[in-house]
Ligand binder design. Structure first.
Ligand SMILES: Cc1ncc(COP(=O)(O)O)c(C=O)c1O
Length: 481
């Protein structure tokens, strides 16, 4: 890790925060943003980063407990990744993989991905992002069934409150109602079942007074019920029409919803029973986030395809793709002929070189094992303590992902009126206190870089406590508690 020592040249040229905000408001349309309201308020301008910290244009230091956007797994300022990009930019900044050609970094990355994924994954199809990877999934699973002479198998089943990206197919696979409300989504052939969100959908009355054994039994029963919704939907549609089921091992953007232990094994059983392809969207859970290389390994299921992005390069440069298991690869390779799909940046050599350096770093530093054996359990202990806070109804972690469900009444499990946007109140206190913790409704979520130390987790815990206390006082003063 190296400390960034120089400011970007345009900053050195003397633009102030206000200058940046004005130019930003005048020209830059941000993703998932109310343009007008942000232009009025002004963006926070992030100018540099090191390890798990960011600095803004006013010099304030912020603990980035979201790893950028779930992606900076190895933390900021890793010289090995910078060197890999620089060397590759000099050697060969671009060449495509369309014209029966390939570049050494893309080949090396494909080989390395086959090494770190479960043994049935020997092939990869590269994209530029997670959304594109999921577009590839839609094309690929439908092509697979075509080649097998079952073109009627078109339907892909996903879940409400899933996030699979923002392209037409990605947003359609996702189950975000606000996204479906715009742009004529979902596209045909995609259907959604309910999510395995125990606290949201399955918690009994008086949830806060249950003992641990009763809570576990309730969660496990709910997990089987939620998986059963898949079987019901398959039977409604007709198994001969269903191509695949897709899910994030742990829903990330939906609020870090860790499903009950019973959920994924039952989903696996159902997919096996009806011969349906199982797709794991590992865009967030991949590359060590859960304390295993991939979230499916942590959750105990064996997908046929895995989408990845983000952590594959630690976000230093865009890259995504789909790991293709033998079941699908054998059919497409042996019998599929041309697969009429691909992207200019499939296997981009600079992105691939950074990914190789990133994965080697994760291996060298034993970051996956560190999350599994040390920092993951340490974070779990912190969250078990945070669960005692009066504002917290549920505290979940898995590896280095965490969620705190803010509730109006802990004992009964009464939630706040969503229109109060209590999560945003809490997020405001976090931002003001040098912490990036994201709000999804009233669920406060984190996914810090995998290089975070125990001492830094202590620092994170102190910040979270302070922000929860400030939020409590704020809500009380508004008369909302
Ligand atoms: C699970 C999951 N899949 C897909 C995506 C989309 O990835 P991208 O934004 O790189 O297109 C995301 C992004 O957050 C994600 O969390």
């Amino acid at each position: 890790m190296t400390a960034a020592t120089t400011e970007p040249s345009t900053l050195a040229a003397g633009r102030t925060t206000r200058d940046w905000q004005a130019a930003d408001a005048a020209h830059f349309l941000h993703p998932f943003t109310d343009f007008k309201s942000l232009a009025r308020k002004g963006s926070r301008i992030i100018t540099r980063a090191d390890n798990i910290y960011l600095w803004d244009s006013d010099g304030a230091r912020i603990l980035d407990a979201m790893s950028g956007l779930w992606c900076v797994n190895v933390g900021y300022g890793q010289q090995a990744l910078v060197d890999a990009a620089t060397a590759q930019l000099k050697q060969l900044p671009f060449y495509n993989a369309f014209f029966q050609t390939a570049t050494p970094p893309a080949i090396e990355l494909a080989e390395l991905l086959a090494e770190v994924t479960p043994p049935r994954f020997k092939h990869v199809f590269f994209s530029g992002s997670g959304s594109e990877g999921n577009d590839t999934v839609v094309r690929m699973v439908r092509r697979y069934w075509d080649v097998l002479g079952q073109p009627g198998r078109q339907v892909i089943i996903s879940r409400h409150n899933a996030y699979h990206g923002s392209t037409m197919a990605g947003a359609s696979l996702g189950g975000m109602s606000a996204m479906h409300a715009q742009g004529g989504l979902p596209i045909p052939g995609i259907t959604h079942i309910e999510q395995p969100f125990w606290y949201g959908l399955g918690r009994p009355e008086g949830v806060g007074t249950m003992d641990a054994a009763a809570e576990k039994a309730s969660r496990d029963a709910f997990g089987l019920q939620a998986a059963g919704w898949l079987e019901q939907r398959i039977l409604e549609i007709g198994p001969e029409k269903v191509a695949a089921f897709i899910g994030e091992p742990i829903q990330g953007a939906g609020g870090v919803i860790v499903p009950p232990d019973t959920y994924w094994p039952e989903i696996q059983r159902i997919c096996n029973r009806y011969g349906i392809l199982l797709v794991s969207d590992e865009v967030i859970c991949g590359f060590g986030r859960t304390g295993r290389w991939f979230g499916c390994e942590r959750m105990g299921f064996e997908p046929d395809l895995m989408t990845f992005a983000k952590g594959v390069t630690s976000g230093y440069i865009p890259l995504g793709g789909v790991m293709v298991g033998d079941r699908v690869a054998d059919v497409l390779i042996e019998r599929g002929g041309d697969f009429n799909h691909g992207y200019t940046y499939s296997g981009h050599p600079v992105a691939a070189a950074v990914a190789v350096a990133n994965i080697r770093l994760i291996q060298r530093e034993r970051l996956v094992e560190r999350v599994r054996d040390d920092t993951g359990p340490y974070l779990a202990k912190l969250y078990a303590e945070l669960k005692a806070h009066p504002l917290v109804g549920e505290a979940q972690t898995c590896g280095l992902m965490g969620a705190l469900q803010l509730v109006k009444d802990k004992a009964s499990g009464t939630l706040f009126d969503p229109s109060l946007e209590v999560g945003m109140v809490c997020r405001g206190h976090c931002f003001g206190n040098g912490l990036i913790m994201r709000a999804v409704g009233d669920r406060m979520i984190i996914a810090p870089p995998l290089v975070i130390t125990r001492a830094q987790i202590d620092e994170l815990g102190a910040l979270i406590r302070r922000c929860l206390d400030l939020t409590t006082a704020d809500l009380a003063s508004r008369g909302w508690l």
